[in-house]
Design a protein around this ligand. Structure first.
Ligand SMILES: NC(=O)C1=CN([C@@H]2O[C@H](COP(=O)(O)OP(=O)(O)OC[C@H]3O[C@@H](n4cnc5c(N)ncnc54)[C@H](OP(=O)(O)O)[C@@H]3O)[C@@H](O)[C@H]2O)C=CC1
Ligand SMILES: Nc1nc2c(ncn2[C@@H]2O[C@H](COP(=O)(O)O)[C@@H](O)[C@H]2O)c(=O)[nH]1
Length: 327
């Protein structure tokens, strides 16, 4: 790998604007046969999304992926979305019971429009087998597989039948994989995205490490069709994380899916918990993201998201450790 860099090391170079107003810039994206207002999806984590948030996002033409940490609720979730005329987008793991869950969906004729295979180390036979299992029994579902961090992994999952891959091992805000295992894309996530995108023949979701709205445009420039975000979506009124008061300020919890708080035990822990300041409404953030991305598109010299994909850039510094701490 040459040219290793991360989000904070890159600046995109402006091109002559063709719009009179940023409102002319269209941030929408097609993904898996649907069009969404933004190339952004809140992380499929228990402190980021619940059924209420999923309904809100689907009703308002945003992409969502429901988490998989209350597995017994998934059938009712899909039925409820169907009854409301909304698309359903769920997550699965790779353990034996998940194979039975897919068979149950097939038997009951329940077809989620999107199924995300959500495990830490997605470049594995376990994921390849699950992709094939889903494609055999529910071929109409759009399958997102991850997480991975290499071109080889992207190619292998695509060959197995994945319709999109999710890139990012360890760049997340509540992630401690880099520190605990020595592996991952933490500290060079943007370069890893570029590396993977060059090998991909299907869409990529860039997952983790987004700290500013400008990082969304940078992800698009380096090959992402969709950007998964956790920490920036934590702390809203609607966020499922518990609300607490810390030194007179209202905060909400945000914890990793591989943290002891999610798992209920300290085994193979690769995530931590933090508290983020209470932020107001989710829609305010989505609106601000849209405005900022419209601005990015105008700086790129176009009026659609695609114009960002070809802009020049400079590497302004080269830092590979961003100061993450375990606690
Ligand atoms: N994007 C990221 O960087 C990371 C994300 N996560 C998130 O944490 C959640 C839990 O993930 P995960 O622990 O994979 O889910 P599961 O607990 O469902 O485990 C996945 C399966 O893969 C096996 N496995 C083998 N090697 C690994 C490995 N290196 N890491 C994890 N499992 C492995 C596990 O067995 P066994 O447990 O016996 O080893 C288990 O059977 C997911 O939501 C995932 O997205 C977690 C870490 C990193
Ligand atoms: N290594 C770990 N990664 C995790 C864990 N829980 C979630 N995640 C990943 O983080 C992103 C969100 O990143 P952010 O920088 O936007 O906050 C999420 O989508 C997962 O891929 C975990 O416990 N360990």
């Amino acid at each position: 790998m040459d040219n290793v860099f991360d989000y904070e090391d890159i600046q995109l170079i402006p091109a002559k604007s063709i719009v009179k107003s940023r409102t002319e810039c269209d941030t929408s994206v097609e993904f898996g046969g649907r069009r969404f207002k933004l190339p952004v999806v809140p992380a499929n984590m228990q402190t980021i999304i619940d059924e209420k948030v999923a309904i809100y996002l689907a009703e308002n033409d945003y992409f969502y992926i429901m988490h998989r940490f209350q597995p017994e609720t998934r059938i009712d979730f899909i039925r409820n979305m169907n009854e409301r005329g909304l698309y359903s987008s769920i997550s699965v793991g790779v353990k034996d019971e998940e194979y039975n869950f897919i068979l149950q969906l097939a038997e009951e004729g329940l077809v989620p429009e999107y199924i995300t295979i959500d495990i830490a180390h997605g470049h594995s036979n376990a994921v390849i087998e699950m992709i094939k299992h889903i494609k055999t029994h529910i071929p109409q579902s759009f399958v997102i597989a991850g997480n991975v961090g290499t071109p080889e992994a992207v190619r292998e999952l695509e060959r197995a039948g994945a319709d999109a891959t999710k890139v990012g091992i360890g760049p997340g805000k509540v992630c401690i994989t880099k520190i605990k295992t020595g592996f991952g894309t933490g500290g060079w996530q943007l370069a890893a995205l570029r590396w993977c995108a060059k090998a991909a023949s299907k869409p990529i979701i860039a997952d983790g490490g987004i700290r500013t709205h400008g990082d969304i445009a940078k992800s698009v420039r380096f090959g992402a069709s969709m950007v998964m975000i956790g920490s920036l979506f934590a702390g809203h009124e609607e966020s499922p994380g518990e609300t607490v008061e810390i030194e007179g300020k209202l905060c909400k919890e945000y914890f990793g899916s591989a943290s002891e708080f999610q798992k209920g035990e300290r085994k193979n822990v690769e995530g931590k918990r933090m508290y983020v300041e209470h932020k107001g409404s989710l829609q305010d953030t989505l609106t601000e993201m849209e405005q900022d991305l419209q601005s990015s598109i105008s700086y790129a010299g176009g009026n659609t998201l695609d114009s960002i994909r070809h802009v020049d850039y400079v590497i302004v510094k080269n830092s590979i450790f961003n100061g993450d701490k375990v606690y």
